[in-house]
Design a protein around this ligand. Structure first.
Ligand SMILES: NC(=O)c1ccc[n+]([C@@H]2O[C@H](COP(=O)([O-])OP(=O)(O)OC[C@H]3O[C@@H](n4cnc5c(N)ncnc54)[C@H](OP(=O)(O)O)[C@@H]3O)[C@@H](O)[C@H]2O)c1
Length: 273
């Protein structure tokens, strides 16, 4: 058992992010028997049972008088209005963490009561391989111990940064929350361009995937400025420079990514309320 975490945790929603978190906790020996999960599609979660985790289809199935220290919401933001009112039964007893995109701390304070400790966190899917990055922030009711527990839980799947300014979470969502999709899209576009240039799908896929993964590892290990890493691949008058003249042109990647990020920020704000 992880000494840091003795809290009783109720995980609500065990889809992609919920199961990534849960498996990270179990890997870190963060108390299986202290974890209850509510997930309607629990047929594919049997592997967690051997760690002592208890799975339920719905909140009503929980034992009478069960009181978690922490309730972590990992359901879609669009589901939140429907599911949240029932969790008011833990108001004043539990701290609440939400990883839902767009849903603000005020949203949860309104639904659950302002006096509750509420943490809003934004992880990302590399959490599934313990290489996520999560940014979190909390309301004034979050005491040090709850904050530390929350950070320890999120650290089980990668790195954690704490923000004092919740307004920045929409930007975080647009960069690191949605970011893995941008990188996967880049990989897809590279492989398709490779095929257009005559490579077969298998080789084009291998080249695109290994290039993106290898470059990611270089980024992770290097302390060099990112622009220098790029310049190191770019000989004057060479092939990379020719390609970058397009990607870094007037309507190139910077403009496109900024536009995409702004659209994600707008969507994040629109999901609130
Ligand atoms: N995926 C990402 O990249 C990412 C990144 C950062 C944050 N997030 C946030 O993480 C949250 C979960 O996203 P996800 O990608 O993990 O979605 P997901 O795979 O759809 O997982 C949500 C799970 O919640 C279950 N669920 C539905 N109603 C429920 C209820 N009443 N009680 C308990 N569980 C219920 C769903 O079951 P059914 O399938 O049967 O509906 C599903 O298994 C979202 O709020 C999202 O904004 C996601």
């Amino acid at each position: 058992m992880n000494k840091q975490i003795k809290s009783k945790i109720l995980l609500v929603g065990c889809g992609k992010m919920g199961s990534a978190l849960l498996s990270g906790w179990l890997d870190q020996k963060i108390g299986g028997p202290n974890i209850c999960v509510i997930e309607p599609q629990k047929s594919n979660l049997d592997t967690f049972l051997s760690h002592g985790v208890t799975l339920y289809n719905k909140l009503d199935d929980l034992e009478l008088h069960y009181e978690p220290d922490l309730v972590l919401f990992a359901v879609k933001p669009q589901m939140m209005d429907e599911i949240i009112p029932a969790y008011k039964c833990f108001s004043g007893k539990s701290a609440f963490i939400s990883i839902a995109a767009g849903k603000s701390i005020t949203y949860f304070e309104t639904k659950l009561g302002k006096h509750n400790a509420i943490i809003r966190a934004m992880p990302n899917t590399p959490a599934a391989v313990r290489r996520g990055i999560t940014v979190a922030c909390g309301n004034i009711s979050v005491r040090k111990q709850v904050q530390e527990t929350c950070i320890a839980l999120l650290t089980a799947v990668g790195e954690v940064r704490w923000l004092d300014d919740e307004n920045l979470i929409d930007a975080v969502t647009a960069i690191s929350g949605s970011g893995p999709a941008y990188v996967f899209l880049l990989t897809e576009t590279m492989l398709l361009a490779g095929m257009e240039a005559g490579l077969d799908r298998k080789l084009a896929t291998e080249l695109a995937v290994k290039t993106v993964a290898g470059s990611g590892e270089v980024l992770r290990q290097s302390s060099e400025n990112i622009s220098i890493l790029r310049e190191n691949v770019t000989s004057p008058g060479g092939t990379t420079e020719a390609a970058l003249s397009v990607l870094m042109g007037k309507n190139g990647m910077q403009k496109l990514i900024s536009k995409a990020v702004n659209k994600a920020i707008k969507r994040s704000k629109a999901l609130d309320g």
